[in-house]
Design a protein around this ligand. Sequence first.
Ligand code: ADP
Length: 207
Amino acid sequence: WTADFLSLDQVPIWTPSGQPTGDQSHPANEALNPKISLFRGDITKLEVDAIVNAANKTLLGGGGVDGSIHRGAGPLLKKECTTLGGCETGQAKITGAYKLPAKHVIHTVGPIVQGAVGDREREGLRNCYSNSLDAAVQNKLRTVAFPCISTGVYGYPPDQAVDEALSTVRKYLEEHHAQLDRVIFCVFLKSDEDLYQERLPRYFPRG
Ligand code: ADP
């Protein structure tokens, strides 16, 4: 028997191992590391204040993580989403989570990458993370889980997306750590778990 949802205590806090790896731009900050988790699995199972949805501009549902979230939440999620008037790339909108164990869903729209990643795509992806965290903080939500936004059908190369995700969350937590208890990077693929394991120590190094 396995629970069909996971509470926050079942998601381990990320602890940096090995040598200190921080550089000048991301020195060790012991206040931030205990607020980070890396979890591999289905984001719809997480009992957190908010899960982030990698949605499309219509906010009316799609494939990938978006499809799983809508399936798990049930039809009332789509009903609420129809009232939101869509969402622009990089923006974020919050709804209830209905039948999901999370309390809310924060819908954000990642950039679509065709060819090389440019400033526009990088900025769009960074905005997804910072605007989603803003939506959480504005609603007094303290635990937030992110999928690997844009790295599925939207085509953002995962090894570039991870750096934007981690550096944006690091910066955000430096400014708002009192308002957030945990940010969970919820990866789905083993390859993304490996990437995050490799890069996390750069942005959240041990002291
Ligand atoms: P996008 O359109 O933003 O690229 P996708 O849903 O296609 O969004 O993919 C984003 C990421 O979400 C991918 O890494 C994919 O493997 C992952 N993913 C798919 N289903 C789930 C899920 N149930 N929980 C967490 N991550 C998921």
